[in-house]
Structures are given as C-alpha cells and as structure tokens.
Design a binder for this molecule. Sequence first.
Ligand SMILES: [Zn+2]
Length: 202
Amino acid sequence: MTDAKQPDAKQPDAKQLAAKQEEAVDPSAPVTGMDYFMKLEYHELLCPVVREFADALMDKRLIGHKCPKCGLIYSPPRGYCPICTVQTTKADEIEIQTHGIVTNYTVVTPVQYYGQEETEPFAKVSLQLDGGGTLSLQDLPGVPVEQVHPGMRVEIVWAPDDERHVDDVTNRSWGSAEGAIRGWKPTGEADADPSEYSDKTF
Ligand SMILES: [Zn+2]
C-alpha cells in the first residue's frame, strides 16, 4: 500500500522541490526561470474618515457624510463629494439608520480556487437605508438566494459584542464590514414600492 498523501497547496513540498532541482540536467545552461515561494502580509492604515466609520461600527452605529451642497449621503464617508467636488468633514457627519430597502443584488457562484471557503451560491445586496445613505456588498444570512429581491425591507444584525471587530474594513471596502455587521434580516414588512428606490439603485 502506498502513501497517497497529497501535498499541501499552502506549503512548497520540499521533496518535490529537491526532485525538480535534480531534473536540471545541464548545470551550465542559462537560468531562464526559477520557482520561488513567498508570503506577503499587507497592513493598511485606514484613512481618517474610514477610521471614524470603523470606530462607529464598534459602537453599533452607522455613520456617513452628507454633502453640504447636494445633500447626498456617503457611507462609509469619503471626505468629499465627487459630484460637487467639495470636501466633507466631521461637521458633515450624520448617523444613518440601521434599516432600509434592498435595491439590488448579485448572486455569486463560488469558483473553487485555493482558499475559497464558500461552496454554495450566495447573494450580496445593495441597500438604501431609511432616511438616506447606501451600503453595498451586504449579506442576508439565512435567506435563500432565490428569495432575495429588490424591495425587501431589512434591518441590521450586529455581530455580538465579544466577537465584533473591524479588521476587514479597508479604505476600499464600500461599507462591507463582515466582522461588525453579520448581515441584514428581513423585517417581515411588505416590500417597498419600486418608486421608493428605483432611482437609487447602485
Ligand atoms: Zn455633493
């Protein structure tokens, strides 16, 4: 009986590497390439407005910046309104509601690349929050993907206090913060009329 153990895709297999090196039959031939295994870890500092967004998440609050010129609400805050090309500051910060309407969604069918932990299709939704503000890339845990649709009324589900973190919030996370927001759950109310959100679909 042979040992059929497969090499771990995370680690270079030392025996395989050694065998490959021995395959080099002509030591005088020019080197045209070589295998090199490496690991890089990136530590990204959050810009100040995203840091404030992350800190608020830890307090179970959603914040955004309201453009002083056009009134659009950006969450997470960006520190500017790209439409009006004006800066927004702490003075423009507002707290936004933790309930709203699903305006759009995408069903992701996982490709089984190395490190992929998802095996079943899942939905990511965009939300229009009551009172203004939007969030993208949000989850509806426990809701079958075939039941996800625009107009659903949902409310936030915070991660428990002892588990909540913002390690996955980045400067480009668009409101995705799975360590703090577990997802959104249907409120059970009737669907919103399309006129409430059709011009706010992202
Ligand atoms: Zn504006």
